[in-house]
Design a protein around this ligand. Structure first.
Ligand code: EPU
Length: 432
């Protein structure tokens, strides 16, 4: 299939109700965890998006049967445990797939998983994953771009997983999954506390694992011999929920967002309050009313429960038309700012110094042709396009298809005008 683009007619306030899909970043490790059992698993709420498709392809390469049933649930079953290779062609498409390493090693004793490589949001090392698995007794070598890991039976260990910018979400997931089948007790210090880690831990506990402390920075795992299959429903996607919320606010709309867990969004609500965006949270919904221009905010992205890096770009799009000057710092991914130049093409006033941006609110954005550089940058450009005057074309929307389940369908139901079209424009060589 050729490249596609979104053509967005801006200036239409979003109105109505929308239901958020299950979490991408919870689904990926939960699906990887199904490697840990020989029995079938039944996973609900898995969103339909490309990153999930890539992981499903990897699981099939790894000897698993994975099918979506008529209810939309994913049914998994291990068929052949001899397969241990997650190939470069697939892992390089999606870094999240690196979380098959821990379960493969723990269950099958061997794993050969491609190193994921770089991506548009910057250097994303995997040293913490490897440090944790080595501490559990794995022998690990890197050869020809692949991680080769081996262990007869892993053993429990005390592992400090803090990195230069805090904890690692998938590093914690990898080590936690491996430790479930290790002999003895593992303590992960400086563990990631993201809701996706908690969701994974809940699934593992239902499979028979003994895990305490998930959601805090100290997770204790008592190894067991065997895990069983079980049903699980992944948590709602907090990043999709907040993206829709910011789109509603940016367009001055009135939207009821369903299927959210508001406790996962405290940092976002705090910033929206500071911006004086009108919203009303309930136990599973949030109603947004963007009847006034937002006020300036100052924020730094941090590990959970801080403001998520996965929402920095979308929040910046909202603040391009706020009153006053907002300040954004991405402390997790200092280079995750490729949307800045694109937002400026639409009339935003942004000054960048290293990983900090000062966004001076303008009265309105103007539609323009722009290019998505990654998933969340793409979402920011869609938000900007929805509130801009005139037509915006967002190219390279395959980034959006990686991580949002039917984003344009949901926005169009809220009254947006977004068309998906073939992108005939030739890819230009980089300007030097
Ligand atoms: N880091 C290390 N060493 C490691 C691993 C990470 O130094 O071995 C550093 C990273 O460079 C980064 C920080 O630790 O500065 C946090 O990275 P983390 O490992 O937590 O990221 P991740 O687990 O690879 C997940 C999400 C990302 C999200 C980050 C941060 C999935 C599939 N991906 O990645 O989601 O940005 O946590 O919250 O869960 C997205 O959905 O758009 C996305 C990029």
């Amino acid at each position: 299939m050729g490249l596609e683009k979104f053509v967005i007619e801006g200036g239409r306030p979003l109105k109505g109700e929308v239901t958020v899909s299950g979490s991408k970043n919870a689904s990926l490790p939960v699906l990887a965890a199904t490697i840990l059992t020989e029995s079938p698993c039944d996973i609900g709420g898995v969103p339909r998006l490309r990153d999930v498709d890539v992981l499903v392809r990897i699981l099939r390469e790894l000897g698993m049967k994975v099918e979506r049933d008529e209810m939309g649930r994913l049914q998994t079953q291990v068929v052949d445990e001899k397969e241990i290779t997650a190939p470069y062609e697939l892992v390089s498409m999606m870094r999240g797939s690196f979380c098959v390493l821990g379960p493969l090693l723990a269950k099958r004793g061997f794993a050969k998983v491609s190193l994921p490589g770089g991506c548009a949001i910057g250097d994303r090392p995997v040293d913490l994953h490897l440090k944790g698995l080595r501490a559990l007794g794995a022998e690990i070598k890197i050869e020809h771009g692949y991680v080769l890991a081996r262990a007869d039976r892993l053993h429990g260990a005390n592992i400090y997983l803090g990195g230069p910018t805090g904890s690692s979400v998938l590093g914690t997931a990898n080590v936690m999954m491996a430790a479930c089948l290790a002999e003895g007790t593992t303590v992960i210090e400086h563990a990631a506390s993201e809701p996706e880690v908690v969701d994974l831990a809940n699934f593992l506990v239902n499979m028979g694992a003994a895990i305490e402390g998930a959601g805090s920075h100290r997770i204790v795992i008592r190894g067991v011999r065997k895990l069983d299959g079980c049903p699980h429903d992944v948590i709602p996607d907090r990043i999709e929920a907040a993206t829709l919320l910011m789109a509603a606010a940016a367009t001055g709309g009135e939207v009821l967002i369903r299927n959210i867990d508001p406790t996962h969004l405290e940092a976002v609500f705090d910033k929206l309050r500071e911006a004086e965006v009108g919203f009303n949270r309930n136990c599973k919904t949030v109603a947004v009313s963007g009847d006034r221009r937002a006020n300036e905010v100052e924020l730094t992205t941090l590990p959970y429960p801080g403001f998520p890096t996965d929402l920095q770009a979308q929040m910046m799009a909202l603040m391009t038309t706020a009153r006053g000057a907002s300040v954004f710092t991405d402390a997790i991914y200092p280079d995750r700012l490729l949307h800045v130049a694109e937002l400026k093409r639409m009339g935003a006033r942004i000054k960048r110094i290293n990983n900090t941006c000062v966004v001076i609110g303008v009265d309105r954005l103007e539609g323009a042709p722009v290019m998505a550089s990654d998933l969340r940058a793409g979402a920011a450009l869609v938000i900007a396009g929805l509130c801009a005057e005139g037509e915006t074309t967002v190219r390279r929307i395959y980034h959006l298809d990686r991580g949002y389940d039917n984003l344009e369908g949901k926005l169009n139901l809220l009254g947006a005008r977004i068309r998906r079209e073939a992108d005939e424009a030739p890819e230009k060589p980089p300007v030097v």
